[in-house]
Design a protein around this ligand. Sequence first.
Ligand code: HEC
Length: 162
Amino acid sequence: MKENDKKATAKRAGRALAAAVLLLYGFAAGGAPAGEQAFRVNVDTRALPALGSALREENPYRGNATAVTVGAQVFEQACSRCHVLATSGGIGPDLRMLDVSCRKIADEARRAACLRDQDHYFLKTVRDGKTIVGVTHMPGWRDFMSQEAIWAIRSYIESHNR
Ligand code: HEC
């Protein structure tokens, strides 16, 4: 084989490999959503009190046992591949840490105000996701998740607070 033919063959093989990899990736993305994409979860939230379309500033389900159960299912499907409720193991932060400093505040009114801030941040972050200098670290769920589902996740995480 002439040197040029060899090069052409190698090029073709390279292209075929690249196509195969793309195809495989396509299958993976079709079967299960890629890390950067949000998607609709398969969880029934109708057992929760309906909240309407106006977004709440504060978790309306705090301490609601049904919300904890529903939230666990949503978390498992949508969040657990990046977040684990443990000090290590996820590519995203341990979400129990969000409230750590609030919970240390002795004054009840100030503690409640701190938790309200965190509620607001939680809802906003889950809806918008996290994109930093153009890189999506976490997808936004606003088109796929009701506020009922998001507050249920918040309640589930709170049930794991230490
Ligand atoms: C593809 C991975 C991925 C998925 C899926 C994901 N997250 Fe995240 N999330 C991250 C990463 C990474 C960060 C840290 C982003 C940063 O600040 O750079 C983060 C940050 C957050 C934060 C802010 C934490 C803080 O300390 O400021 C919240 C809240 C959050 N995620 C909630 C959720 C919830 C709830 C879900 C499920 C609906 C979810 N995430 C799904 C990767 C993910």
